[in-house]
Design a protein around this ligand. Structure first.
Ligand code: NAP
Length: 262
């Protein structure tokens, strides 16, 4: 710990060599669009080679990789549907071969399938819980041993204010998945804290992405900041939690919501 220095902001060098961190890479699930794309680019600017995971949108994932490499960083696009139980192994093996051990895991990929509770069928329930919660657990479980071995690890789970502070009618499945994610975050954090591995969550409010298209107009009235957040504003919080500056921050859920839940 004593030898670790905060990352040089804006450096695009290989992790470890210039920044006092072990050699390794970052994996951002759902990194092809929205919040995940912003996180992937920001971590690359901090010097992490980045695995940009996507499910179906390869063009967007390749565009994120190009933006990173054009700026002097390293990235690869990795297709995997994280709701597939074998995806964690496939993703990690590919990245371990190409970029080194995954020392930063951002569980960002998420879906919603909204409806009032009587209308949420088993498929909608299972799909949202599988993608948002079970997959994040499987990826975290796969990530921990190499992080412990390298004596450095950062897991950041993208939750939501609807999982912790603000009920939103029509999102019972989504809210349950995100509340579970926060509970998992805190529990795992206590298990690995003494290994220099931190596990935190970020809970965005209303952020301008494809996921929230058309949702915002009425809701904005309720946001003290009177605007939606940007993916970069969420990514900045993730960046902090992955940095050496946040080495003593673990088991927390950082809200980014323009005051909506204040
Ligand atoms: P988005 O624009 O809809 O992007 C979702 C991303 O997740 C895409 O890259 C998508 O890849 C990927 N993805 C979805 N299912 C996947 C799967 N099974 N396997 C692999 N990748 C998958 O979403 P966003 O708004 O950026 O949200 C990102 C995270 O923030 C989510 O966890 C969301 O719940 C959370 N969040 C968002 C808001 C908000 O206001 N936007 C608020 C609170 C929390 P493809 O395009 O290839 O399918």
């Amino acid at each position: 710990m004593g030898g670790m220095r905060p990352e040089a902001s804006g450096s695009a060098g290989r992790a470890g060599s210039a920044n006092g961190r072990p050699e390794g890479c970052a994996l951002v699930t759902g990194g092809s669009r929205g919040i995940g794309a912003a996180i992937a680019k920001m971590l690359a600017r901090d010097g992490w080679p980045v695995g940009v995971n996507y499910r179906s949108d390869s063009d967007s994932a390749e565009a994120v990789v190009k933006a990173i490499t054009d700026a002097g960083g390293r990235a690869v696009a990795v297709q995997a549907d994280i709701s597939d139980p074998d995806a964690a192994d496939t993703l990690f093996k590919r990245l371990e071969d190409e970029l080194g051990p995954v020392l930063v895991l951002v569980n960002n990929a998420g879906v919603r399938a909204d409806g009032l509770s009587p209308q949420i069928d088993n498929d909608d329930w299972d799909r949202v819980i599988d993608t948002n919660l079970s997959a994040a657990f499987r990826l975290t479980r796969r990530a921990l041993r190499p992080m412990i071995r390298n004596r450095f690890g950062r897991v950041v789970n993208i939750a939501s204010i609807v999982g912790i502070e603000k009920a939103n009618p029509g999102q019972a499945n989504y809210a349950a998945s995100k509340a579970g994610l926060v509970a998992m975050t805190k529990t795992v954090a206590t298990e690995v804290a003494r290994r220099n591995v931190t596990v935190n969550a970020v809970a965005p409010g209303l952020i301008e992405t494809d996921m929230t298209e058309g949702l915002g107009d009425g809701l904005l009235e309720l946001v003290p900041a009177r605007r939606a957040g940007t993916p970069d504003e969420v990514a900045a919080c993730v960046r902090f939690l992955t940095s050496s500056d946040a080495a003593y921050v673990t088991g927390v859920c950082l809200t980014v919501d323009g005051g909506l839940t204040a």
